[in-house]
Design a protein around this ligand. Structure first.
Ligand code: FMN
Length: 182
């Protein structure tokens, strides 16, 4: 299958980018193709309806149209979606055909806090539903990610090390069921 990963923050030391890159390796190790969009690849102008869509938006939309799933790895800012990621979503929502429709999405987040970015996922669920994407019920919040993720995003504690591969395996199986029942 083809899967897209989207997220991280604009910080070079982003915990979410670390997690995203780890998940990318996990998915590839299971024999799937991936395309990842994070960091500077998401530095786009703020949405404005008389601007031409940025090249990056067209590239991401094309990747999503050819994908069987999307893994979002999003920081939580003030219990919601960080501005640069919401901006990316808004740009993509203006393109046709919609890159979001019927796309199964796994929500992931890393935070130094105790809730692992799970409150921000509520905002993501509302936004994704509005676009016709399908956020799967299971999610992957990583609390205390500053302690629980290594420099390359590899889980350091026992709970995270068991949780990550199990959520990824379930999600890939779900995408496979959808893809093969078309
Ligand atoms: C503007 C702002 C708002 C934040 N709000 C939250 C929040 O609501 N919940 C939370 O768990 N962490 C919050 N944080 C802390 C981030 O989770 C933390 O900075 C995290 O490391 C950001 O992700 P990154 O490492 O990928 O950049 C906030 C950080 C910033 C800069």
């Amino acid at each position: 299958m083809n899967l897209v990963l989207l997220g991280g923050s604009l910080r070079p030391a982003s915990l979410n980018t670390r997690l995203l890159r780890h998940l990318d390796r996990e998915i590839q190790a299971r024999g799937h193709q991936t395309q990842a969009f994070y960091g500077d690849a998401l530095r786009w102008p703020l949405y404005e309806d008389d601007l031409t869509p940025p090249e990056g938006a067209l590239r991401l939309a094309e990747a999503l149209r050819g994908a069987q799933g999307l893994v979002i790895v999003s920081p939580e800012y003030n219990a919601g979606i960080p501005g640069h990621l919401k901006n990316a979503v808004d740009w993509l929502s203006t393109l046709s055909p919609s890159p979001w429709k019927d796309l199964p999405v796994l929500l992931c987040a890393a935070s130094p806090g105790a809730f692992g970015g799970s409150r921000g996922m509520l905002s993501w669920r509302a936004t994704l539903a509005n676009m016709g994407a399908l956020a799967v019920p299971q999610a992957l919040p990583i609390p205390h990610a500053d302690q629980n993720l290594g420099e390359d995003g590899t889980p350091k504690d026992e709970r995270t090390a068991a949780f990550v591969p199990s959520v990824i395996a379930d999600y890939i199986a779900f995408c496979g069921r959808l893809a093969h029942n078309v």
